[in-house]
Design a protein around this ligand. Sequence first.
Ligand SMILES: *[C@@H]1O[C@H](CO)[C@@H](O)[C@H](O)[C@H]1NC(C)=O
Ligand SMILES: *[C@@H]1O[C@H](CO)[C@@H](O)[C@H](O)[C@H]1NC(C)=O
Ligand SMILES: *[C@@H]1O[C@H](CO)[C@@H](O)[C@H](O)[C@H]1NC(C)=O
Ligand SMILES: *[C@@H]1O[C@H](CO)[C@@H](O)[C@H](O)[C@H]1NC(C)=O
Ligand SMILES: *[C@@H]1O[C@H](CO)[C@@H](O)[C@H](O)[C@H]1NC(C)=O
Ligand SMILES: *[C@@H]1O[C@H](CO)[C@@H](O)[C@H](O)[C@H]1NC(C)=O
Ligand SMILES: *[C@@H]1O[C@H](CO)[C@@H](O)[C@H](O)[C@H]1NC(C)=O
Length: 425
Amino acid sequence: MAKLPQINQINTSNTTINLSSTWGIRSTYHFLSIVLIFLVISIFYFNQYDGSKPLPPSSSSPPPSKNNDFVKEMVHKCDYFSGKWVFDNVSHPLYKEKECSFMADQLACERYGRKDLNYQYWRWQPNHCDLLRFNATTLLEKLRNKRLMFVGDSLNRNQWISMMCMVESAIPHSPKSMQMNGSLFTYKAIEYNATIEFYWAPLLVESNSDDPINHRVHERIARTQAIEKHARYWTDADFLIFDSYLWWRVPFMKVLWGNFESSDGIYKDVEMLKGYEMTLQTWSDWLEIHVNHSKTQIFWMSMSPTHERSEEWGGASGLNCYNETQPIKKKDYWGSGSDPNMMRLVEASIDNLRKRGLNIQLLNITQLSEYRKDAHLSIYRKQWKPQKEEQLSNPSGYADCFHWCLPGVPDTWNEILYTYIVSSL
Ligand SMILES: *[C@@H]1O[C@H](CO)[C@@H](O)[C@H](O)[C@H]1NC(C)=O
Ligand SMILES: *[C@@H]1O[C@H](CO)[C@@H](O)[C@H](O)[C@H]1NC(C)=O
Ligand SMILES: *[C@@H]1O[C@H](CO)[C@@H](O)[C@H](O)[C@H]1NC(C)=O
Ligand SMILES: *[C@@H]1O[C@H](CO)[C@@H](O)[C@H](O)[C@H]1NC(C)=O
Ligand SMILES: *[C@@H]1O[C@H](CO)[C@@H](O)[C@H](O)[C@H]1NC(C)=O
Ligand SMILES: *[C@@H]1O[C@H](CO)[C@@H](O)[C@H](O)[C@H]1NC(C)=O
Ligand SMILES: *[C@@H]1O[C@H](CO)[C@@H](O)[C@H](O)[C@H]1NC(C)=O
């Protein structure tokens, strides 16, 4: 953690860093800057999450579509979320780990010693249709003069980095920039005037975990009625992609009425689901009032499952995703790393918004990701502190079974997102 103060300085000073591929006289500066960016991005992956009780999966039906546009209708008719993983080392991975200049040390499994690389070669095959083949040029054309923004927690950041790598592989020599400003990280493909942004808001509403770098707190506190501080940066985006899940995996959330600065705030422990519902309500109300329905397309990424209990998929007890090299084959496998009750609250919010005239596309990636016990970071990432001997002798004890190696599963989420974005006219 010794490096943190330095990074905070960079972070608060609204730095623009030019990542143009023409290495000129300022290349030393560029190099240092790039290293710092990656350090910052990497440090995000520090969090610990709590588990919660397993619950049975939900069985509600997919939302109806009212759109008349033909291509859009095709997209909506196809259920991209039911299907299977197919081993396909011809079309995948979509990019190479070491060729992506945005790769974070916390996601680069190959660089950090993973030997079995099969996790990179699986392609998601929906049952009754195909995903569009990802074409970065087509996406950038679609994003010309536009802003695509991911908003949420470190899983959404995982997906943001994946998206930058996918785009980067098509325009490796084209000028680009990266800007960090508070919670907002902006990648820009300069020739297209297109940005792919990430906004750190792990609970969506205001919380004591809002610092994009120093957010590890012992006790989480959320202001479930307060979203404006973050949301005012979302208003003008053309595509908004939300998620918020893992930080809610506590039995109770401390909710604050009042603000963090004043001393007379009222704190109350609220059952997690209640707190989540209050937050989704605040989020919905904000979207309804502040987002231009005809300009902005909104997506919600359903929860990203964790794989912390190998006995759930028939493995030895006491282990987790560590040492797993194959996807789960069992159809409709669902473990305790996904909470259907939270999913139902999200579905209810989205249904409600639809009744109020705002369409939000739920990208239901939970089930497809459930199969991928093999694709988490496990122990193959930069460790910020040297591992103690007793840790090294029990690797599963420090394996990360939340986030995903890149290239990997978040690329598939982006292939689905791409299919939706490109098919909408
Ligand atoms: C999302 O997928 C899960 C599992 O496949 C399913 O139970 C749920 O109904 C789906 N939700 C929607 C809104 O499609
Ligand atoms: C793809 O996988 C097959 C079967 O494992 C292997 O024989 C082949 O060499 C692989 N091809 C590439 C390009 O990795
Ligand atoms: C990607 O799309 C562009 C036009 O949008 C096209 O010229 C190019 O051939 C496509 N690339 C591939 C690999 O299909
Ligand atoms: C570049 O994109 C932004 C939106 O991100 C837009 O406001 C601006 O007008 C665009 N610039 C040009 C020159 O088109
Ligand atoms: C970015 O910087 C500007 C001023 O440089 C500031 O007004 C704005 O609030 C910052 N945005 C974020 C997301 O912190
Ligand atoms: C909403 O977006 C549409 C399409 O970009 C634009 O024509 C319209 O002026 C916008 N409405 C407002 C109130 O900004
Ligand atoms: C992990 O796999 C390796 C190689 O298959 C094996 O030697 C080791 O015992 C396994 N570790 C655990 C904790 O299962």
